[in-house]
Design a protein around this ligand. Structure first.
Ligand code: HEM
Length: 502
């Protein structure tokens, strides 16, 4: 979100309160958060951030209207911004994202363009049997990797920076499961470069020139050049059209049918090698940045609270296939605490932004508010996550403990009897780590399997301890990252691992 100088007008266009000030990005979100708490979650808030203007929507009924209007709203302006500034799509290819021709679509509907095709492919190949195959492959690859580590059972091995360590284990496993193993062989530096790129997202957003952040540009250039080389090799050695019934479920060059289908569609639409490299960098980011940080918080919470860890471990044991000792992944979705803890981690640690724009006409949010044509409407997941009134209206028992607190059982219904189950029902406008509506994150099912499964593998293979519990209590989510996604930890967390003897 590009916001160096910002002007906040609470309901200026819409109601009586008005605030105006210049603030950096993080302060802007904190200010908006404070405003929502101070004035309530009723009217939209108009914000000017540098050259960018948007309307922040906080009222659940307005959010509902937006989610129900997926057919006429688009996230194109944000998409163009992100593709250009973050993933460096060449200028001559930006029209793929920016093109808007209302005459080619049915009246009242947004036209389909390349991004819509990509979205359909993601939804198809990140669900059902494809999802199961990719989740199982991820867990198998990660398990092999963890088994190879030199961590003995007769003494503790200390890991000084657990977040960094997780990146080095989880990211290559996700890449291999999704995009094949060849890319890792061709470009062994991909994991380090990717996380360096991730650290620079704020600088790319601000549009800082190359001379101010030369190494950020060099890292991204290296990522794009290597991704392009991999893509050329994969097209030479494999067949991108084999994403139907025919062809293998996975091959080392393209990985899954998901990647082949994306590649096939991008080529069919006439994208060139450089633009496709940017698309693939985008996917690398989408599939790793938020998820790996979420994996960290999920595991970290279970290391801090040993009772919680024991209960999670009991549910995880129930999910093992008796014959192989591998996880029966669909069983994760029957376990109340595993899922509720996951949802609570995402509620408190994810700070994503969902943007929607009506490019063709003014947009009626409700009887009292109309948003101008082309004005982007923005929903911040970290703000909806704290709207007590909405949570209370929808699910009174979910606010038994304050929303500022981490409460792993928040999403469990029927806590008192044996039929306890996990549910996010009724919370569509409150629990929004994955956005919502038609454009809701298609990778959410994989992310959930990845988050729960990674904890499962660690606890199955190792005894795990925090080195210093008191120090760990001081580790918080780094708010400076709002609103880019899952927040990283403010400090290093040291952990000890010992391989389980049995
Ligand atoms: C905790 C982990 C994750 C979080 C919090 C997250 C969050 C999001 C959000 C907020 C969006 C925009 C949704 C909207 O505008 O309504 C999104 C889009 C997307 N995500 Fe995720 N995501 C996660 C993991 C993943 C994973 C693991 C993948 C891939 C395997 C993935 C693939 C995508 C793709 C392809 C899109 C673009 C969809 C489109 O524009 O049509 N995400 N994600």
């Amino acid at each position: 979100m590009p916001c160096l100088q910002s002007r906040v007008e609470h309901g200026q266009l819409y109601s009586k309160h008005s605030v105006s000030r210049s603030v950096p990005a993080v302060l802007l979100i904190l200010t908006l958060n404070w405003l929502s708490k101070r004035w309530g979650y009723l009217s939209p808030i108009r914000v000017r951030a540098g050259s960018f203007s948007f309307t922040m929507v906080v009222n659940p009924s307005h959010i509902k209207t937006i989610l129900r209007s997926s057919r006429i709203l688009t996230n194109r302006p944000m998409m163009v911004f992100v593709m250009e500034k973050w993933f460096y799509t060449p200028k001559e290819s930006l029209h793929f994202y920016a093109a808007h021709d209302p005459h080619t679509s049915r009246p009242g509907e947004k036209p389909e363009h390349i991004h819509d095709f990509q979205a359909k492919i993601s939804i198809k190949y990140l669900s059902g049997t494809y999802l199961l195959a990719m989740s199982e492959r991820y867990l198998a690859i990660l398990k092999t990797r963890l088994l190879k580590l030199d961590i003995p059972s007769d003494g503790w091995t200390e890991i000084p920076d657990f977040y960094l360590w997780l990146q080095s284990q989880v990211t290559p496993s996700v890449i291999e499961a999704m995009m094949g193993s060849q890319i890792l062989e061709l470009y062994p530096g991909i994991v380090g470069d990717f996380w360096e790129f991730d650290r620079q997202i704020g600088n790319y957003s601000r549009g800082l020139p190359r001379w101010m952040i030369p190494s950020a540009y060099t890292t991204r250039d290296r990522l794009l050049a290597n991704i392009k080389a991999w893509n050329t090799l994969a097209n030479r050695e494999s067949d991108r059209t084999q994403h139907g019934q025919e062809g293998p479920e996975w091959d080392k060059f393209f990985g899954t049918k998901f990647i082949k289908a994306r590649e096939d569609s991008l080529r069919t639409h006439g994208m060139d090698d450089n633009a496709i490299a940017s698309e693939n960098l985008g996917l690398l980011f989408g599939s790793n940045a938020n998820a790996v940080r979420a994996v960290f918080w999920y595991i970290f919470e279970s290391f801090k609270d040993l009772d919680l860890q024991e209960s999670l471990r009991a549910e995880l044991k129930d999910c093992l296939k008796p014959e192989t000792d591998d996880f029966d992944v669909p069983k994760f979705s029957n376990k109340p605490l595993l899922q509720s803890t996951y949802a609570e981690v995402l509620r408190l640690r994810v700070a994503t932004t969902m943007t929607r724009t009506n490019e063709d006409a003014n947009f009626k949010l409700g009887p009292d508010y109309t948003v101008d044509k082309n004005m982007t409407m923005t929903i911040f997941s970290s703000i909806t996550a704290h709207n007590r009134e909405a949570w209370e209206n929808m699910r009174p028992e979910s606010v038994t403990k304050p929303l500022d607190e981490f409460w792993p059982e928040r999403f469990i219904v029927q806590k008192s009897n044996k039929d306890a189950r996990f549910s996010v029902e009724g919370l569509t406008e409150c629990w929004m780590p994955y956005g919502g509506g038609q454009r809701m994150c298609p990778g959410r099912h994989f992310a959930k399997n990845e988050i729960i499964g990674t904890l499962g593998l660690l606890l199955e293979l190792f005894e795990c301890e925090l080195v210093d519990l008191q120090q760990a209590e001081q580790v918080k989510p780094d708010k400076r990252w709002e609103p880019y996604g899952t927040l990283p930890p403010t400090k290093k967390v040291a952990v000890r691992l010992r391989r389980r003897a049995e």
